[in-house]
Design a protein around this ligand. Structure first.
Ligand code: SF4
Ligand code: FES
Length: 334
């Protein structure tokens, strides 16, 4: 007997290990049927269950008990059962609910994308583009907060926070001294450092990478460029603190930002230390590996490296590969 359970999502079946969530089962299938996730983060234990963007409809509970679940469920928190049938983009009810969630997230989120450094890699921007209404029905003032200084490397812009809690999990699980968290409740809930002291441990910069919106951004990169005009390049160095595997973001010959490498779900592959992120901004600090593969759906990919993602025909030909490499070197310096 197989120790896997079978789940069908939007008509596509997959066999997964017992205990897998619907969201992760969908990620094993991949493509459009994967629900969006603003708070779940596979590398952060306990994350998920906060934002409701990943809602799905369970139209059949399991083989043993085929009754549908009475309400939409958070796919990041609901585990699959054998024979379960799930509807995501095929359910008008789910699509409508997601529109409602996006509308609610945007009630307080300022629409300052034109001046926000997260523009182009913001999960809420993508979600708003797909599911957002053209106009708000909200008549009251948006929630605003006093600016809080959390040090010279990280910018906290609380007005943009959607309270996904990812950064607090990073502080809890990746750094060795948690000094910030969510204080207050309801409309007053905010990310704070309690005593407004700087977050100064080796891995604190990872809060920037996990933040799905522009609430936590890199101060050393602030207003330097729009991300879609930069050139992302994978590089590594021999780092005593972390894996040293990063993405360098070039503007001309200058490295204007260093981040962890992110996958198709906008999650980092490995967390990196602050020295790699903030202090190594010279090409000579790094061993360049090649252009960063960016999802075709991202505005960042509308730019540079299409010609530098060698087609299979090029990969099989050493001469073509050599000229492709040459072109990459030239583009890197331009
Ligand atoms: S600051 Fe960013 S990562 Fe932290 S809770 Fe708010 S939205 Fe989430
Ligand atoms: S990703 Fe599931 S509730 Fe936020």
């Amino acid at each position: 007997m197989s120790d896997k359970v079978k789940v069908t999502i939007d008509g596509i079946s997959v066999e997964v290990a017992p205990g897998t969530t619907i969201l992760n089962a969908a990620r094993q299938i991949g493509g459009d049927i994967v629900p969006p996730a603003m708070c779940y983060y596979s590398k952060l234990e306990g994350s998920g269950g906060k934002c409701r963007t990943c809602l799905v409809k369970v139209s059949k509970g399991s083989e043993k008990d085929p009754r549908p679940m009475p309400k939409l469920v958070a796919s990041c928190r609901t585990t699959v059962m054998d024979g379960m049938e799930v509807e995501n983009i095929t359910s008008p009810e789910v699509v409508e609910a997601r529109e409602g969630v996006v509308e609610m997230l945007l009630i307080n989120h300022p629409l300052d994308c034109p001046v926000c450094d997260q523009a182009g890699e913001c999960s809420l921007q993508d979600l708003g583009f797909e599911h957002g209404a053209a106009q708000t029905r909200y008549e009251f003032d948006r929630r605003t907060f006093e600016r809080i200084d959390i040090g010279d490397k990280i910018q906290l812009h609380m007005n943009r926070c959607i309270l996904c809690y990812r950064c607090t999990y990073v502080a809890d699980q990746i750094t060795d001294g948690r000094c910030h968290g969510v204080i207050g409740r309801g409309d007053h809930a905010e990310i704070s450092t309690y005593i407004e002291k700087a977050i100064d441990n080796d891995f604190s910069g990872n809060v920037i990478d996990v933040c799905p919106v522009g609430a936590l951004t890199d101060k050393t990169f602030r207003f330097k460029n729009r991300v879609w005009f930069t050139k992302p390049v994978d590089a590594h160095r021999d780092c005593p603190t972390c894996s040293g595997k990063v993405t360098l973001w070039y503007k001309g010959e200058e490295v204007i930002r260093v981040t962890a490498r992110k996958d198709e779900y906008n999650e980092v592959e490995e967390f990196i230390c602050n020295t790699c992120r903030f202090d190594k901004k010279k090409t000579s600090d790094w061993v360049i590996e090649g252009p960063r593969a960016i999802a075709n759906t991202s505005v960042i990919s509308s730019n540079h490296y299409e010609t530098l993602k060698p087609l299979p025909v090029i990969q099989q030909n050493p001469a073509l590969m050599a000229s492709n490499k040459e072109e990459f070197e030239r583009t890197k310096k331009s």
